[in-house]
Design a protein around this ligand. Structure first.
Ligand SMILES: [Zn+2]
Ligand SMILES: [Zn+2]
Length: 134
């Protein structure tokens, strides 16, 4: 998150991720946009295409894959704790809301995948995390 342009691109990405309404960025238009998810199967970052209903301009909205440095244990624990409090955890690197996906559990243990669809960082953990059992 450095330049103004990057900040804008990131906030539009978060809006698309959370299915919020996007408005056309073209000066003087501001029309509502239809957002389509073009993410490839198993892709680590999400790709959306938005099209303005008014002027039909299209905009590609995509994450910026960056895997290093990976999340450290402290940030993973922090995200799990926020999720336990029924709050929305965000990626500590880029502040994007994290997606929790429950995974098939062969040994009846809940397992979750935590993914940031902006930077592509992800991890898996048993649930509830051992740190949370107090
Ligand atoms: Zn427009
Ligand atoms: Zn991230």
């Amino acid at each position: 998150m450095k330049s103004e342009q990057e900040r804008t691109a990131h906030s539009r990405f978060v809006q698309a991720l959370q299915h919020e309404h996007l408005t056309c960025p073209k000066p003087g238009c501001g029309g509502p946009m239809d957002v389509t998810d073009h993410t490839l199967h198993n892709a680590r970052i999400k790709t959306y295409e938005a099209q303005c209903q008014r002027c039909h301009m299209t905009e590609k909205i995509t994450g910026k894959e960056q895997a290093t440095p990976p999340w450290d244990v402290a940030s993973i624990t922090m995200m799990a704790e926020v999720h336990l409090l029924h709050d929305q955890p965000t990626c500590p690197i880029d502040d994007t809301p994290i997606t929790f996906t429950s995974l098939p559990n062969p040994r009846r243990k809940a397992r979750y995948r935590l993914s940031c669809y902006y930077c592509g960082r992800h991890t898996e953990m048993n649930w509830p995390p051992p740190e949370a059992k107090r």
